[in-house]
Ligand binder design. Structure first.
Ligand code: SF4
Length: 452
């Protein structure tokens, strides 16, 4: 175990050992500031409830805790409810932690409605206090670009509201539904596809009556074999409510497969408690799609959270949105996908950023996405290569995109290029693929299939 792993100095039981991820603290050059108001423990938060072994705290987070939340113990820090209650919600709170740029300050001041500012103290500890261009900081701190609506952008670009038979449910594909059980997120990502919904009107879960209506709809629709529970972030609900919803869904005979989509393991790994894991384990087959954006999110705390889930038999996949200046280069993406495999998460999807209103400062060209896939495929483990997709605007669903490895056809042979640009010939006498292409590299050395 490395010495950057600290353990509770309180009455907590000893922490488990975990894999250590390459994790270098940022320079903390923010001047000494008065502690946040919220770091003064309230009567109700003075003694956190015990839920079994707590998560480890990294040296970086611990340094941050001591500096900005000096009255808070490690046990309180590691309590996900404390993290939720003490989210950074305002320019004033943020300015105590980072040097806000004028643009960030103005953007926060202008904000009204959904997608407010929300950053748990743990995730705030990952922000570079001096650099507004730091990738993680860009994903959670608003800038004025959010207020520019570029051509083709829309509040609901995927047309989810049009495919909603009852509140909280999106039924687009015949065999599966999306169940949006809350509009609450611990952290509000500035590029969120559901920015029209999340954090709106007081951050709340779906009403019990709407949950019942959605479950009734699923029960009455035998074609639905797969339910993806999302939001907002479904893991923001407490264990009992999750237990109730998962139990009701699992009791529907034709529902074969349950999934949860969550960013909590990345932004608040403290949420992955032993008691939550016990709830999840009851409802297998249960898979989880986690949301990671940048390799700097892969801290020791996150590694332990993912280990807990994986040890409980929950297959983990990561969904990553391709974001300009955040993760849109091959080295960053390679670091991310390698780091994910090390914490037992399969890179699942790489999404082209949806054209939500105010997203132009985040969106890259599609060429960039293809360049990244080309830079991964063949150069690293196949498991590390996500599927690159565009969610078809207007409700087209996920459309996969791949670099073109077909060069053309030479008689009965299909001409292919590999990741290194070498040309290979595959006997395909009855095929037609490549017939409409002129072989561009037919004069180059062509290998037989045995070379492939
Ligand atoms: S956690 Fe997910 S739902 Fe919540 S703001 Fe981020 S992307 Fe949107």
């Amino acid at each position: 175990m490395k010495n950057d792993m600290l353990h509770s100095d309180s009455d907590e039981p000893p922490e488990r050992s975990i894999h250590i991820i390459d994790f270098k603290p940022f320079r903390q050059s923010t001047p000494q500031l008065p502690p946040l108001r919220s770091c003064i423990p309230s009567r109700s938060s003075a003694k956190p409830r015990r839920h079994g072994p707590r998560l480890t705290i990294s040296e970086r987070a611990n340094t941050f805790r001591k500096r900005f939340y000096p009255g808070i113990t490690i046990s309180e820090w590691n309590d996900w409810r404390w993290q939720n209650r003490n989210r950074v919600r305002s320019a004033e709170d943020l300015a105590r932690i980072i040097h806000l740029s004028d643009d960030e300050r103005e953007a926060i001041a202008r904000h009204v409605g959904s997608l407010p500012v929300g950053i748990p103290p743990y995730y705030a500890s990952l922000l570079d206090p001096d650099n507004p261009e730091q990738p993680i900081r860009r994903t959670v701190v608003p800038v004025s670009g959010e207020y520019i609506r570029a051509p083709g952008e829309a509040d609901d670009p995927l047309g989810e509201d049009d495919d909603s038979p009852v509140p909280g449910l999106v039924h687009r594909y015949p065999d599966r539904v999306l169940f949006l059980i809350t509009n609450f997120c611990s952290t509000y990502c500035r590029y969120c596809t559901r920015s029209r919904l999340v954090g709106a009107a007081g951050e709340r879960s779906l009403k019990k009556s709407d949950i019942e209506r959605a479950i009734d709809y699923i029960a009455a629709t035998p074609t639905v074999r797969d339910v993806l529970i999302s939001g907002g972030d479904p893991l923001s609900l407490d264990d009992d409510r999750l237990d109730f919803i998962l139990g009701r869904l699992r009791a529907i005979p034709h529902v074969e497969f349950l999934r949860i989509g969550s960013k909590q393991p990345a932004v608040m790994p403290q949420r992955i408690t032993p008691s939550l894991v016990r709830v999840l384990k009851k409802y297998h087959p249960l898979w989880m799609s986690l949301h990671f954006t940048h390799p700097d999110e892969l801290t020791p705390e996150v590694a332990e959270a993912c280990t807990r889930l994986a040890d409980a038999g929950v297959p983990l996949g990561s969904q990553t949105v391709l974001l300009k200046g955040v993760n849109d280069d091959v080295p960053t993406m390679k670091r991310l996908v390698h780091g994910l495999l090390k914490v037992r998460v399969k890179p699942y999807y790489l999404y082209q950023c949806d054209p939500i209103s105010g997203s132009s400062h985040f969106r890259t060209t599609v060429d960039k996405g293809l360049e990244i896939i080309r830079g991964l495929r063949g150069y690293t483990t196949g498991y590390a290569v996500p599927s690159y997709v565009i969610d078809g605007p207007g409700g087209g669903g996920k459309i996969p995109l791949l670099p073109d490895y077909v060069l053309g056809r030479d008689g009965d042979d299909l001409l292919l290029t590999n990741y290194e640009g070498k040309v290979f010939r595959y006997p395909d006498p009855h095929g037609s693929l490549g017939r409409d292409k002129r072989p561009r590299h037919s004069r180059r050395r062509v290998k037989t299939p045995s070379c492939v």
